[in-house]
Write a protein that binds this ligand. Structure first.
Ligand code: GRF
Length: 190
């Protein structure tokens, strides 16, 4: 199986995924990394690891769907079977989601359905919850929504700062995402 990772930022999840592929924990080939941000550090990580980095400029696309259609050209060329979103900050068009139904995975830094949205860790911290978490799920037409693949809770202690909570959550993400991808690849989710 071939897969692509979509990124917009730092790419720490991408890094964890690339390492899991290298170790053989994910038995699939990561063939493409696509970004909507030219300077995303994630693209540099991909390049360093010898994986094709692709930047698509959203300003050259007249609609959400046009961006997605350009992405699909690359996905088809590279014979991609499934897609992993790792800090990809664009909402995908219904057309794209339909093309790859049950073949798009996302990670979200909260225990969904709690704290949807871009600032999930900060929102949970500010709300003073004792527990938050990480969710890996299939993507459907709604944002931060869709069948859950794996979830793990993360405890928030009185000693936690926003920064320490972010660190704890990312640490969990870097284990949970490769595990979920590996389950998907080995057909355990069918
Ligand atoms: C992660 O916290 C992920 O859950 C969210 O965006 C962040 C991406 O971080 N969707 P990175 O680019 O993988 O370091």
């Amino acid at each position: 199986m071939n897969f692509a990772v979509f990124v917009s930022g730092l790419g720490s999840n991408l890094q964890a995924i690339m390492e899991a592929v290298k170790k053989g924990d994910i038995k699939a080939d990561l063939v493409l990394v696509i970004s909507d941000q030219k300077d995303a550090f994630a693209l540099k990580r991909a390049q360093k690891a010898g994986i094709k980095p692709v930047y698509i400029d959203p300003r050259e696309c007249s609609s959400r769907e046009e961006f997605d259609r350009k992405a699909v050209q690359h996905l088809k060329e590279a014979k991609v079977d499934f897609i992993v979103l790792a800090g990809f900050m664009r909402i995908l068009s219904p057309w794209f989601i339909n093309e790859y139904q049950n073949k798009i995975l996302n990670i979200h830094p909260s225990f969904l359905p709690d704290f949807k949205g871009t600032h999930a860790i900060r929102d949970a911290f500010k709300a003073g919850v004792k527990e938050t978490g990480v969710t890996v799920h299939f993507v459907d037409e709604k944002v931060d929504h869709g069948p859950v693949i794996l979830q793990k809770k993360v405890t928030v202690t009185g000693k936690d700062t926003l920064e320490s909570l972010e660190e704890k959550i990312h640490e969990v993400e870097h284990k949970l995402y490769p595990k979920a991808i590996s389950m998907f690849v080995s057909g355990k989710l069918n």
